[in-house]
Design a protein around this ligand. Sequence first.
Ligand code: ADP
Ligand code: MG
Length: 305
Amino acid sequence: MSIIEKAMTRHGPLEPGGLTLMPIEHEAAASAESLIEKAAKKQSSAEADRVPVAEDAPAEARAGDRYSQLGQINLVKLHKAGMITPDGEKSQIAEEFRLIKRPLITNVFNRAAPVKNANLIMVTSSLPGEGKSFCAINLAMSIAMEMDHTVLLVDADVAKPSLPGFLGLKAEKGLMDVLLDNELQLCDVMIKTNVEKLTLLPAGRGNRYATEMLASEAMSRLLQEMANRYRDRVIIFDSPPLLATTEARVLATHMGQIVMVVEAEKTTEDQLQDALAQIESCDVVGLVLNKGKALLGTDYPLYGY
Ligand SMILES: Nc1ncnc2c1ncn2[C@@H]1O[C@H](COP(=O)(O)OP(=O)(O)O)[C@@H](O)[C@H]1O
Ligand SMILES: [Mg+2]
């Protein structure tokens, strides 16, 4: 049995018709550039100083969203890095994340068989460099492009935050500041972006105890607040690697769903088993095979819950 098959038997059967993430071709980048620039300009000119908020949003959320900051995602840069951009272009990566997001969204909005805190989704992996941030951004972008779903993307790899770099925007205050400063609210540091339904919660000011703070009581309260207050919002956490810090495991205990990124031909069976053992508290775990062809000896793409 391959590492993936074994992992699946622990966490549930592998569904047929999954997918494999592969680096996409970049030749199209130049020609698509002007299109994306146009889309970016259009969106930014349409942004008002004050962010429009749904009429039926809870009062607290409305007040919160209204004062969040605005930030410009560099869509050209994102496209060049092989990520999904909201220009409607049919790319392989967009197709792949269409499949990845579907079961996650279904769980968030399934009122018949609710999954606790289903809107809190952590993207994680065993080690650095396996593609957590890449997948978290693509997942967030893919969900935000749907009509009905708003997404909050949280940079929870607080020791090595990389989302502002990938997105090409500046972020100063964030999660850490909210945990440290009682006066600060989430809405003070969230950045509303030029992708209409996508908001970013940056990691915030780095400090020596940043990762430890993920396992703090204050973080636990904040996560519960996020799960309840933004119940209809999909909240995606880009997390630290599970085998590098113990705090990622504590973060995982609050999550309704976890996406485990496995790097093809790199993540070993032992690493994956160890990482899965860290997140046994979460009932809904999906695996994404990143950066490669199928490990199963066939061309069959792989993704499973
Ligand atoms: N499927 C992919 N296709 C192309 N580049 C990828 C893919 N997955 C990851 N990368 C790139 O690999 C590098 C490491 O990925 P990253 O998401 O930063 O890893 P992690 O967050 O797990 O440390 C980044 O430069 C990222 O852009
Ligand atoms: Mg990362």
